[in-house]
Write a protein of this length. Structure first.
Length: 216
């Protein structure tokens, strides 16, 4: 079993591939919150790790008090660190739930989301599961919601197929970044739900995906 707390240590290196990917995710997340309709903003982050994306944006964001965030993380060490950091930042509206994000039932009460983060997932589940998640995303999102996702671009590069699945499911592409991360090819995608009627409106039942703890 991989030590996922130790894996997160790479974020301490500002030149690491993870840090450079995180920078892009934070930029898109800040804009997604800015662009959300006035009033409360529901944010859900799956496989949230230590919450570096959400907890790196909210403290200084002009709409921090509008956001109600749920971070879903299975690893107890990472969940505990995210919970501690949220408390230290005074983010009482951020809840960290130690649970399997592959089971929609563990966070259905927080849906539909206006911002949905699927970061660090698509490189750790099967191709069929990636498609299943994308096809289910409209049912997890409010109309006009923003989804931010990541996936490495090593061969076979799945990012083009992922982007096409989002389009076929009623999303418009807002951005797709392929930042130079020091030799590690990554993709950061941003999609907005503009045509929710193209996909089923009901949440899937049972296990949506199974996170492979030894994958990367």
């Amino acid at each position: 079993m991989r030590d996922w707390v130790e894996w997160h240590l790479a974020y301490q290196d500002p030149e690491s591939a993870l840090s450079r990917r995180l920078e892009r995710v934070r930029q898109h997340l800040a804009k997604a919150i800015d662009d959300a309709p006035a009033g409360q903003v529901s944010l859900v982050s799956l496989c949230a790790g230590q919450g570096h994306d959400v907890l790196g944006v909210l403290p200084g964001h002009r709409r921090r008090d509008d956001v109600r965030a749920l971070l879903v993380e299975f690893d107890p060490g990472n969940a505990g660190l995210a919970r501690r950091d949220a408390q230290e930042a005074g983010l009482t509206q951020v809840q960290v739930r130690e649970a399997d994000a592959g089971d929609v039932g563990n966070y259905a009460d927080a849906l539909p989301a206006q911002v949905l983060l699927l970061c660090g997932i698509f490189g750790n589940i099967s191709d069929a599961e990636i498609e299943r998640v994308v096809r289910a995303a409209p049912a997890m999102c409010a109309p006009g919601a923003t989804v931010i996702w990541t996936r490495h671009r090593r061969e076979p590069d799945m990012t083009a197929r992922i982007r096409s699945w989002f389009e076929a499911s009623g999303f418009d592409e807002v951005a797709f970044d392929a930042p130079d991360t020091g030799g590690t090819l990554v993709g950061v995608g941003v999609h907005r739900l503009s045509r929710p009627g193209l996909a089923p409106a009901t949440l899937p039942e049972g296990q949506l995906f199974a996170f492979r703890t030894e994958a990367d």
